[in-house]
Design a protein around this ligand. Structure first.
Ligand SMILES: Cc1ncc(COP(=O)(O)O)c(C=O)c1O
Length: 381
């Protein structure tokens, strides 16, 4: 049976070059905080990697703070910027309704435990945030806002968000951006966007799992979540994970992701799908989206059934949204875009990556009609 992977937004294969660099570093001895020769050698390797990632994302090396994941970077940014604002009497946190749970949940935690008021910016039917709503909130309550956090692109639909406009509207208010899905897929520059903070994750770009970075403006100081040895500007204590950092930098330097190729595959898939399942609808703006992600609603089906049927045909895709105790929840992203619960629960995400091929697209299209027929039958029974 074929084995086709179209879940690159969840995680994408690690590059050979990243694996080699990481493996070599695993054999090196030395704590980067130690002052002796071994320690200094590891420190130099890490600083080179920091420099290299900084170059790729358009920031200063000193603005790169290594974390253990994108989730951790989001938590440090949102909580840190909130606490910093709260000290000045600002208790409002503004996020979009379609953020990843790694922003939604810390925001909810700040509301439940730290006195924050969380305001959600709604999105249009095409999944783009409502800038007029944001303008209105900033003009009426700007003095109370500690932080605005809006993602660069959505992980379920691939829709890009107007971050430059958000920063312009925010003025002096700190803006954080979760760019986990956008890094190395579309142009991205921290300094050009004028952000306070930005989140990256290595395993979405061909680096290892369990390493990420918070890009934090040099002049911004925020309280730490982890206290200890004072590493990473005292914002993120913990001995630095040199092998993973090296793997991350190697992936960040690589130009293996050819956006045009990936986009062509995605478009070929959409075209094929339109022909064989005419009532399938593609969710989200067609104009401003990542090259690799598409989210499709198949009326009259249940996503988790479709996922298993796809899997039984050797195709790994995703429902896009979280599972809670084995039950597939309706996607908060699709609900925010105006879907009914039923429609949100009949959608699948296909995400193509650098290793995807036309043969993958052809194979998926060959199994889709049977999967949808069986999915619809299961839904009726
Ligand atoms: C938009 C977005 N933010 C944050 C994360 C979390 O990143 P990590 O897996 O490194 O914790 C993900 C992962 O799926 C994501 O898609």
């Amino acid at each position: 049976m074929s084995s086709i992977y179209v879940d690159h937004a969840a995680t994408t294969p690690m590059l050979d070059s990243a694996r080699t660099a990481m493996t070599l570093q695993l054999a090196q001895l030395g704590n980067p905080s130690s002052l002796h020769t071994h320690g200094r050698a590891t420190r130099k390797t890490i600083e080179d990697a920091r420099e290299s990632i900084a170059k790729q994302v358009g920031c200063l090396a000193s603005e790169v703070i290594f974390t253990a994941s994108g989730t951790e970077a989001n938590n440090i940014a949102l909580k840190g910027l909130y606490w910093q604002g709260r000290d000045k009497g600002k208790q409002v946190v503004v996020i979009s309704a379609i953020e990843h749970h790694a922003i939604l949940d810390p925001a909810q935690w700040l509301a439940d435990h730290e006195g924050a008021e969380v305001l959600l910016v709604p999105v249009s039917n095409s999944g783009v945030i409502d800038l007029d709503f944001l303008k209105d909130v900033v003009s009426k309550r700007g003095q109370e806002i500690a932080v605005i956090s809006i993602m660069h692109s959505n992980n379920e639909t691939g829709v890009l968000q107007p971050i430059s406009e958000v920063v312009a509207i925010a003025g002096e208010i700190p803006v954080h951006c979760d760019a986990v899905q956008s890094f190395k897929k579309v142009p991205l520059s921290f300094s050009e966007l004028g952000l306070y903070a930005l989140t990256l994750s290595a395993h979405k770009i061909g680096g290892p799992l369990g390493i990420g970075a918070l890009i934090l403006r040099r002049t911004v100081e925020i309280p730490a979540l982890l206290h200890g040895g004072g590493q990473e500007r005292e914002i993120r204590s913990g001995t630095l994970n040199a092998p993973s950092i090296v793997g991350f930098a190697t992936a960040a330097e690589s130009e293996h992701f050819n956006a045009k190729n990936v986009q062509n595959l995605r478009d070929a898939f959409i075209e094929g799908l339109n022909k064989i399942i005419p009532d399938a609808t593609i969710n989200g703006s067609k104009a401003n989206r990542l090259p690799g992600i598409i989210n499709v609603t198949f009326p009259g089906t249940q996503s988790d059934t479709l996922l298993l049927l796809m899997d039984s045909q050797g195709v790994s895709c995703s429902t896009g949204s979280a599972c809670s105790a084995g039950v597939h929840e309706a996607s908060h992203v699709l609900l925010a875009m105006g879907h009914s619960v039923e429609s949100a629960q009949s959608s699948l995400r296909f995400s193509f990556g650098a290793s995807s091929t036309q043969a993958d697209v052809d194979y998926i299209l060959s199994v889709v009609p049977d999967v949808i027929t069986r999915g619809r039958a299961a839904n009726l029974s």
